[in-house]
Write a protein that binds this ligand. Structure first.
Ligand code: NAP
Length: 520
């Protein structure tokens, strides 16, 4: 059992009561009373609070009482003697756990005070915690052993800042080693340690009632943990997936894939994997995952800036490379087989081609000899040009930087032109692969309105907003239109199929994308 603990970080008892009510409503499985947040801290106040929480939450919700030392992230600066008295009083008042900093417990008088209090209780347990807000501990395993040697019946709690997602793997190793410890990483790079605590059997993971009430950097909200990250459905057999990107915070992929896992009743969890830095750190991340098959990672979506690096990693590992992904020079999907063998694919081109053919009401083979104007010569353009050229379309690439258009055109046997030629474009299909028109610059269009005609189909890969100025003007001109969400959903659906061997619920995916965009 991994308890979802919600910290109560209130200034006074009345505020604490309101927070407790919200935490219980929000699904708290444990409440952590952070008494160091109280402005009028006293032993009596803490007794009152523990009794209050007990009656509000019921006996089935364990209560942790913490009075954090300022040196380890405490909110207000209270003397050590008062903090130890508070913990002792909490035991007498019926707390299930008290959390004392290991560094303070090592002082003989503190240890004696805490042990005396605990010896009078049949149920209260001690959490011995250590925190490093700057980075990983010099030797995590040794610190863990030291804590257990000092007090074998204690729950060791080790919390450190992950400076990079690769710093989380030591925490996973420790949890995988067994015992009922708490090992978590702080900061955005540590987010996955909070989500994976349940899979790896950590005793507690912490989530806040809302973003303002977070008591540690990188803490997610209980609603995110339970909703977006499927906390209630995770167990030790849950298979892991995720999107490797930098930045990753605004990615819609966790929302759509997790919604589809739940919909298809797949025991899977999809994580945002913020892999910062260059090729070396990406390779370290893959190495870390492959060295730990017990983590259960089965596949990744890959996006900016790692699409090329992911492909090269799989090449170095002698994995399978989908031929068109090799030609594009970029992969957006990596699979890890049960034997550890890697394979990479590019679902961007298939996602785009499926959106185009569905929008035009044709089959892929009908694209042969169709004149297409592709605007843009970046990564998305490269995938779409590869797919369209594979289908036999006659492509002309328009780009601001003419040399990039020329390079892409040479690779796929197309023609190219500067953006100034767009008013004279002569194509049945027009595809925008630039970021022009994307939020917040929604009043811009890459193609002059006078170049749009009723016999054309216009596909805008921009999906935020779904209805771009280009698509509005195309509709006014009587052309057919295809929005970027269609491509986004199709490429994600193709990934879901590769991940699970099951078709994705694309209607659900589209709804989740639209809802997520509306909330941003
Ligand atoms: P990229 O590699 O950075 O390429 C950007 C392209 O846009 C380049 O051709 C660039 O021209 C052009 N561009 C950017 N700003 C411009 C401006 N002010 N004026 C003229 N041209 C400009 O980006 P990407 O990865 O290909 O992504 C392009 C767009 O695709 C994104 O912005 C996004 O909206 C969309 N997208 C859609 C999906 C989907 O599933 N629907 C997925 C990913 C991305 P230069 O070569 O001259 O710089």
């Amino acid at each position: 059992m991994t308890y979802l603990a919600i910290p109560i970080s209130a200034r006074d008892v009345a505020h604490a009561r309101r927070q407790v009510a919200r935490a219980v409503d929000g699904g708290a499985e444990t409440l952590e009373l952070r008494t160091d947040y109280l402005t009028d801290l006293s032993v009596d106040r803490v007794r009152e609070l523990v009794a209050d929480v007990r009656s509000a939450a019921g006996a089935s919700v364990p209560v942790i009482v913490t009075c954090r030392d300022r040196a380890e992230g405490g909110a207000l600066d209270y003397p050590e003697s008062l903090r130890m008295e508070v913990l002792a009083a909490a035991v007498a008042a019926g707390a299930d756990f008290i959390d004392c900093e290991y560094a303070n417990f090592r002082r003989a008088d503190n240890e004696r005070r805490i042990r005396t209090a605990l010896s009078a209780s049949s149920k209260a347990r001690l959490i011995l915690s250590a925190h490093d807000f700057a980075g990983p501990f010099p030797d995590l395993k040794r610190l863990h052993r030291e804590i257990l040697r000092a007090c074998p019946e204690a729950v060791p709690k080790l919390v450190y800042k992950a400076r990079h997602i690769n710093d989380c793997f030591d925490a996973f190793d420790l949890l995988h080693g067994g015992g009922d410890g708490i090992v978590l990483c702080m900061g955005q790079a540590g987010l996955i340690s909070r989500v994976l605590a349940r899979k790896l059997g950590g005793l507690v993971t912490f989530a806040s009632i809302d973003a303002q009430a977070a008591t540690a950097p990188g803490q997610v909200t209980a609603a995110q943990l339970k909703g977006l990250y499927r906390h209630d459905d995770i167990d030790e057999r849950t298979e892991l997936f995720g999107v490797i990107a930098d930045p990753v915070a605004h990615s819609l992929s966790p929302a759509i894939h997790n919604a589809c896992f739940a919909d298809a009743q797949v025991n899977g969890l999809y994580l945002p994997l913020h892999v910062e830095g260059g090729r070396g750190l990406l390779y370290d991340f893959f190495d870390n995952v492959l060295r730990r098959p017990w983590l259960g990672f089965r596949g990744f979506s890959v996006t900016i800036p790692h699409k090329h690096g992911a492909l090269e990693y799989v090449r170095v590992q002698n994995g399978f490379i989908e031929p068109l992904a090799a030609q594009i020079g970029a992969a957006n999907t990596v699979l890890i087989g049960r034997d550890g063998r890697l394979s990479v694919y590019n679902t961007d081109y298939a996602g785009a081609l499926d959106a185009i053919t569905a929008g035009m009401g044709i089959e892929r083979r009908d694209l042969r000899d169709v004149p297409v104007a592709v605007v843009g010569a970046g990564g998305v353009s490269r995938a779409i040009v590869a797919g369209l050229s594979d289908a036999g379309a006659r492509i002309k690439i328009y780009n601001r930087t003419l040399e990039r258009a020329e390079l892409l055109a040479t690779d796929f046997g197309c023609r190219f032109a500067p953006l100034d030629d767009l008013p004279r474009l002569d194509a049945k299909l027009v595809v925008n692969c630039t970021s022009i028109g994307m939020h917040p610059h929604v009043d811009r269009s890459p193609v002059p309105a006078e170049a749009l005609r009723p016999e054309q189909t216009v596909f805008d890969t921009v999906y935020n907003p779904a209805r771009t100025l280009l698509l509005k003007q195309a509709r006014e001109a009587g052309a057919k239109t295809i929005d970027g969400i269609a491509m986004f959903v199709n490429q994600a659906a193709a990934q879901f199929k590769l991940f699970t061997n099951q078709p994705a619920n694309t209607n659900l995916m589209r709804t989740v994308v639209l809802d997520s965009l509306a909330q941003q």
